[in-house]
Design a protein around this ligand. Structure first.
Ligand SMILES: *[C@@H]1O[C@H](CO)[C@@H](O)[C@H](O)[C@H]1NC(C)=O
Ligand SMILES: *[C@@H]1O[C@H](CO)[C@@H](O)[C@H](O)[C@H]1NC(C)=O
Ligand SMILES: *[C@@H]1O[C@H](CO)[C@@H](O)[C@H](O)[C@H]1NC(C)=O
Ligand SMILES: *[C@@H]1O[C@H](CO)[C@@H](O)[C@H](O)[C@H]1NC(C)=O
Ligand SMILES: *[C@@H]1O[C@H](CO)[C@@H](O)[C@H](O)[C@H]1NC(C)=O
Ligand SMILES: *[C@@H]1O[C@H](CO)[C@@H](O)[C@H](O)[C@H]1NC(C)=O
Length: 439
């Protein structure tokens, strides 16, 4: 999609903004539930899930072939959080994965040729909803799908995408959707009728990416925020849209950095930020503008804030610096192989005293002076316990990016106990430490 088309589409969407949002002061909230917990014994699984997602994200990031709306909806390896939404009249309520790396909202619809995703709720049946309507092929949304995945025939605007072991195919439609206590009369979504893969016991997906097709763009809310609880046992995490999405805190508490566009992929759904520095304990790592910069050839490079990946992944060079700094400043601890946990920098901590005191602090710096003093448990965690439940091995929750890709990903573990704001209108990413129970 050429930038001018994107602009025109954004303008049309702005004009089509639902009347419920007529006032710019409207905001609404919902709750997020974490699907897989990260606790001792679960790290390997998290890394495996992440690797599926990373290969997907990096495949978009290296093919600068325009819109990525449908690709991202298929093989969401690390489906981490879901929220409920209600669709149709009468409404069907179902849990859907939220994904800041993609843009289409989709669910499985009946009649279904092959609905291989086991879902916890009945299939959505368009025939039973009085507010359902198919999107015609000449609609702006249909035209915004990449032509290689789009077919126009008597079924309507058909999408068909394959990725790795998963695929989804269906057609675009509009429906009435309710999130939290707010209803939107007409939201474009994908009605999938041929699918394969796994969906983590959810019934669909909600793209919250930066493109015109994403829910946040369609609803015209301008911004959204979430606060992910590290203590999942204490309850769900809030997600806020529109005017409710705002950070509070005194001077210097709220940190902000511009959201960047990857020049090699201007229509990307990803939330890119400019990571300019990393401090480990007393050492400022020699990060330069090329360490995390866009590669300039194709659409590689950059740092993405992601809701779906669990751990954080840095390019090879950056990771080597981080690893070296942790190892040299933790020389008093015995290193152990991270292989059993699919991690890398690990230490024996039995009898090591207060590990908190030994592990160096981690600080990330972003363009514009934003400084992220990463909470200890967001980057370091016990991964193995003895029969009494005492932690025996602890590891760094940062890894090197797979397949030598130049992309870096800040995963959701790094975002715990922080209120993070994606300000699409203002083009800023902001964060502040928060008690998520009070957000
Ligand atoms: C979604 O709805 C189900 C059924 O009403 C409920 O049990 C669950 O807690 C809800 N989940 C969220 C994240 O609100
Ligand atoms: C799309 O096609 C239909 C039927 O052919 C027509 O009535 C409608 O005006 C067209 N819409 C646009 C936006 O071109
Ligand atoms: C439209 O195309 C899709 C994908 O090729 C196909 O599955 C579907 O049967 C077609 N619909 C009609 C009515 O031909
Ligand atoms: C799937 O979700 C439903 C309802 O949320 C729950 O009752 C069921 O135990 C879950 N199944 C699995 C395998 O997690
Ligand atoms: C390492 O151990 C030595 C001897 O116990 C102590 O003096 C030193 O402060 C320790 N260094 C660190 C980085 O903890
Ligand atoms: C990131 O910020 C640094 C320092 O302000 C600047 O030199 C660099 O050009 C920025 N990178 C991008 C991709 O904007």
């Amino acid at each position: 999609m050429a930038p001018s088309t994107a602009t025109a589409l954004a303008l049309i969407l702005l004009l089509l903004r639902p009347t419920t949002l007529a006032g710019d002061h409207h905001g609404f909230r919902a709750t997020l539930t974490r699907i897989h917990q990260l606790s001792p014994g679960k790290h390997s699984e998290a890394v495996r899930r992440d690797s599926h997602r990373l290969s997907l994200l990096s495949s978009y990031a290296t093919t600068s072939s325009g819109s990525v709306s449908v690709q991202a909806t298929v093989e969401n390896g690390a489906a981490s959080y879901h929220m409920n939404l209600s669709m149709g009249t009468p409404p069907l309520t179902f849990p859907a994965i939220i994904d800041t790396g993609s843009d289409l909202l989709w669910t499985q619809c009946s009649p279904c040729t092959k609905c291989a995703f086991k879902q916890p709720t009945p299939l959505f049946d368009p025939a039973k909803s009085s507010t359902f309507s198919k999107l015609p092929c000449n609609s702006t949304f249909c035209q915004s799908l990449p032509s290689t995945f789009r077919t126009c025939n008597a079924t309507g605007c058909v999408y068909n995408y394959r990725y790795g072991v998963g695929y989804t195919a269906g057609y675009l439609a509009t429906e009435k959707i309710t999130i939290g206590d707010t209803t939107f009369p007409s939201v474009a979504f994908g009605c999938s009728t041929v699918n394969d893969g796994t969906r983590d016991n959810t019934s669909g997906m909600v793209g919250l990416g930066r493109t015109p097709l994403s829910l946040v763009s369609q609803l015209g809310v301008g911004r959204f925020s979430y606060c992910l609880r590290s203590n999942t046992a204490a309850g769900d995490s809030p997600i806020l849209f529109g005017s409710l999405a705002k950070l509070t805190g005194g001077n210097g508490v709220v940190q902000s950095t511009p959201l960047l566009q990857n020049p090699g992929m201007p229509d990307s759904a990803f939330y890119y930020v400019n990571l300019t520095g990393i401090t480990v304990g007393t050492t400022d790592l020699p990060i330069t503008s090329t360490t995390f910069g866009f590669t300039g050839t194709g659409a590689g490079g950059g740092t993405v804030v992601d809701s779906g990946a669990t751990l954080t992944y840095l390019t090879k060079d950056a990771y080597a610096m981080v690893k070296k700094a942790f190892l040299s400043q933790m020389a008093n601890l015995t290193t152990v192989s991270g292989a059993p946990y699919d991690l890398d920098v690990c230490f024996k901590v039995t009898g090591a005293g207060d590990v908190h005191e030994i592990v160096p602090k981690l600080v990330l710096r972003f363009e514009g002076g934003a400084k992220y003093d990463v909470p200890f448990h967001n980057y370091f965690d016990g991964v193995d316990v003895d029969s009494q439940g005492r932690v025996t091995v602890a590891c760094l929750l940062v890894l090197t990016m797979i397949d030598d890709q130049s992309l870096s990903i800040i995963g959701n573990r790094m975002q715990m106990d922080m209120h993070v704001l994606y300000d699409l209108d203002g083009g800023m990413f902001s964060f502040a430490p928060a008690d998520c129970a009070k957000v």
